[in-house]
Write a protein that binds this ligand. Structure first.
Ligand SMILES: NC(=O)c1ccc[n+]([C@@H]2O[C@H](COP(=O)([O-])OP(=O)(O)OC[C@H]3O[C@@H](n4cnc5c(N)ncnc54)[C@H](O)[C@@H]3O)[C@@H](O)[C@H]2O)c1
Ligand SMILES: N[C@H](C(=O)O)[C@H](O)COP(=O)(O)O
Length: 334
């Protein structure tokens, strides 16, 4: 029998509970793979009530979840208290938010579930509660390293049928990007991307196209030196290793339809350079996938959308794509 996916509740005040309920309701029509929701049953019942949905919910172990999924939403209760928040973030939720991630990863590593899919979390309340990581991606790298005993770099990729993008620097202030960007970091990010696109996504020799950092990719060094000093040497190193790397290209002309036929993924130098084109082209179908981990993790491409939590406006499309992609790449795991 197939294993379920573990789905974390995300921030309980955000739209995670809404879209988990919607994804379960859509399970047959849209072929949603079975998942076990890591949450408080009270929160999910409360949200279903706000949405005006009659929901069958059953507390479940991972082993029972696949069988239950066809008739009820299987929920694995959390130990930490979960405030019945809707529409606001709260520091009081932090312990439960982190517990759901930890348990999702533990269940995946132990083989009880096929992969972990995370609902969106708000970073600010977690940071205020003392959680030192700027997002799931970094934290998953730390959990993976603790599990394997070796340092593990987690790489963020936003994937869709139209476009896949990987930001080399992620959740740091824009002003710090030039200082953090090094040839070593670019090479490591690209190596992991090439490896995982090949092993998990079945692309034999992934074509990686690199953005420049500066306008016009530096215009031969007249509009900035990072291309000459950092990006071009990094690409040269990757080519020597046999990685199909090209660029750096001016970022403003890399994302139109013709340009997108020339690569399998874009390696971008900072967060918005990568995520603006992805979310513009594929907001409803984009999936956030963490590469470089010894387990599979995906997530919808959007955030907590507090304003529309409990209103029925949140779409579950990106979450459904994240569940389907996790199921597919977990089955292909090396
Ligand atoms: N995977 C994650 O954990 C993740 C990803 C992105 C942002 N975030 C966090 O989410 C919080 C809010 O971020 P934001 O406002 O920049 O982005 P957001 O994605 O939450 O919202 C942006 C806009 O898109 C709308 N939207 C988002 N998801 C939607 C959906 N499923 N259906 C319909 N409309 C939807 C929102 O209502 C809003 O108008 C921040 O704290 C951020 O750190 C978390
Ligand atoms: N940068 C991501 C986005 O905007 O979609 C997001 O914040 C999620 O990051 P984590 O997967 O690291 O939580």
């Amino acid at each position: 029998m197939t294993k379920p996916l573990a789905l974390t509740m995300g921030d309980p005040g955000g739209i995670g509970p809404d879209i988990a309920i919607k994804a379960w309701l859509e399970r047959t029509r849209r072929g949603v793979p079975p998942f076990l929701l890591l949450a408080s049953p009270e929160l999910i019942r409360d949200r279903a009530e706000r949405l005006g949905v009659e929901l069958s919910l059953v507390t479940s172990t991972p082993a029972e979840a696949v069988e239950i999924f066809s008739r009820a939403l299987p929920v694995l209760p959390l130990k930490s208290p979960v405030p019945l928040a809707c529409g606001t973030a709260s520091v009081e939720s932090a312990a439960a938010v982190i517990e759901a991630i930890d348990r999702g990863v533990d269940l995946t590593i132990s083989g009880a579930v096929a992969a972990v899919v995370t609902n969106p979390i708000a970073k600010e309340p977690l940071l205020k509660a003392g959680f030192p990581h700027p997002g799931h991606t970094d934290y998953l790298g730390v959990l993976a390293a603790a599990h394997t005993g070796t340092a593990s770099t987690a790489v963020m990729m936003l994937w869709s049928k139209e476009l896949a993008v990987v930001p080399v620097t992620v959740h740091i202030p824009l002003a710090k990007v030039p200082a953090v960007l090094t040839a070593d970091l670019i090479v490591e990010t690209a190596r992991i991307t090439s490896h995982d696109l090949s092993t998990r996504f079945g692309i034999p020799s992934p074509r990686l196209a690199f953005c420049g950092l500066n306008p016009h990719a530096g215009e031969g060094g007249t509009l900035g030196s990072e291309e000459q000093d950092i990006i071009i040497p990094a690409i040269a190193r990757l080519r020597i290793e046999g990685i199909n790397a090209s660029g750096p290209y001016p970022a403003d002309t890399m994302f139109h339809a013709d340009a997108r036929t020339g690569y399998d993924a874009v390696i971008a130098m900072y967060h918005d350079q990568a995520l603006i084109p992805l979310k513009t082209l594929a907001f409803d179908s984009g999936v956030n996938v963490t590469l470089g981990l010894p387990f599979v993790r995906t997530s919808p491409d959007h955030g907590t959308a507090f304003k529309i939590a409990g209103t029925g406006q949140a779409k579950a499309d990106s979450l459904i794509e994240a569940l389907k992609l996790a199921d597919r790449i977990a089955a292909a795991a090396p």
